[in-house]
Design a protein around this ligand. Structure first.
Ligand SMILES: [Zn+2]
Ligand SMILES: [Zn+2]
Length: 276
């Protein structure tokens, strides 16, 4: 555990990039072997759009990374945040508690807020407009959304009192879990049932990408599935009845052209049917 902490404490940027690219490659191969849907789509063209947004996400996070490092250094030096107030924890317990808290504030909470606040929804909408959800959808985030998410990761570090190794370990696990739970793969029902007691599985996150309410407003989780069970936002749907996208943006011109996707947050808000 100490070796792992030491590794993440000084993880080189190239290794972080490798985790991102390696994850996409592995899940891409599994998608080809065990697909849930046999989409009739141009897989490379579809990936191209999502990779543009993945790159903008990487750039935003790279530019702002120094603020995260400073925040983490500050909480440790000033003994601020939950982990700092619980001295003497074994490293594995620090890791587990930290991961659970970072996942709640840095992912579940900001995701839920983005579904409730209309102007934020217009940024997050870009993620939901994908009508062919696969592993490349994981980082399809408008740069504006990447900024909100970054701000909440900082807040999460403050609340958690997370040292830097924990923040980097969390970010790496978060990227891989997101690529996994977006992947277009078919998991045996029994395996899904067991896994989804703890982590967010593809079956669980796919429901969140159904084009109509109330399903869009369920299953907000990224790493751990218990937040949705706890807050009553957990839902299941027969996977084969799923239709991906958002009912307000089902035309190809709007949901698959990069130029329009960048502009969506600045266009007029459209109310999804079934939402007040
Ligand atoms: Zn969402
Ligand atoms: Zn998603």
């Amino acid at each position: 555990m100490e070796t792992i902490a030491g590794y993440f404490n000084s993880i080189p940027s190239t290794h972080r990039a490798l985790i991102l690219v390696g994850g996409i490659t592995i899940f891409w191969l599994i998608e080809n072997a065990f697909p849930l849907f046999r989409f009739r789509y141009h897989k490379f063209r579809h990936a191209g759009v999502n990779i543009v947004f993945t790159l903008t996400t990487v750039v935003v996070n790279f530019i702002l990374a120094f603020a995260l490092v400073l925040t983490s250094r500050w909480v440790v030096e000033n003994k601020t945040g939950i982990l700092q107030w619980l001295p003497g924890l074994p490293l594995w317990a620090e890791f587990l508690i930290g991961l659970i808290l970072l996942d709640f504030v840095g992912a579940w909470l900001i995701h839920w807020i983005q579904h409730k606040v209309k102007w934020m929804w217009k940024f997050h909408l870009v993620h939901h407009t994908d009508t062919y959800v696969d592993t490349t959808t994981a980082n399809r985030h408008h740069p504006g959304e990447s900024v909100f998410r970054f701000a909440f990761t900082m807040l999460a570090v403050l609340v958690t009192g997370a040292p830097m190794w924990l923040v980097f370990a969390y970010q790496s696990i978060s990227v891989l879990l997101s690529q996994f739970n977006h992947a277009n793969i078919r998991l045996p029902a029994s395996l899904d049932r067991i896994l989804s007691l703890v982590i967010v599985t593809p079956n669980m996150h796919h429901v969140h990408h159904h084009y109509r309410q109330p399903y869009t407003d369920t299953n907000y989780g990224n790493i751990f599935s218990f937040w949705d069970r706890l807050f009553g936002t957990f839902a299941t749907v027969d996977q084969h009845s799923l239709v991906y996208g958002v009912d307000t943006h089902m035309s190809k011109e709007e949901n698959s052209r990069i130029g329009n996707l960048f502009k969506i947050p600045f266009q007029k808000y459209r109310t999804p049917s079934g939402k007040s």
